[in-house]
Design a protein around this ligand. Sequence first.
Ligand SMILES: [Zn+2]
Length: 179
Amino acid sequence: MRSFLALTLLAISTLIGCQRDSDSQPEPVQYIVPAEVEPFIQVFRDEAQKRNNAVSTTNLIITFGTTQSGDVCGQCLLQSGKTPRITLNNDAFCWQQASQYERECLIFHELGHCLLKREHKINRFPHGAFVSLMNPDNVDVYATCRYPIGGDECDKRPRRDYYIDELFDPSTPTPAWGK
Ligand SMILES: [Zn+2]
């Protein structure tokens, strides 16, 4: 009797095991991005292409919602065999009152996690500016004139170019304004 019971339990657990396996089948390639976010993905593609980076954006799900963990305004969920998922917090602080640059920084940061497989980088230049868009605390590194360092402090373009260079290539040298 005892051994039969053990066998039955074994059979049940095997069945459950199989079911789990079928649940973890790889997801098909899918692309679901809100229309409001799509222009930023197009810019990301263009910037990747300019730098000869072959990163694919074809398998990606982005939704607006509440972030459970990860960064305050965004979250990247990477699971083996599943489509990378980005959740963006669309509250006033993170999205509705954010500038186009701030939105771009947020999306590029999450794409950095989800597509470029980058981790956070907390290093700063001597003047205090973050070295990378992949810093966990400030997604407006080039959106505002918050770091008065060198030259025209409101000249955003050189900084934007640098930060996007660094996003695609972490070994990008320190720019003149960062020294
Ligand atoms: Zn992050």
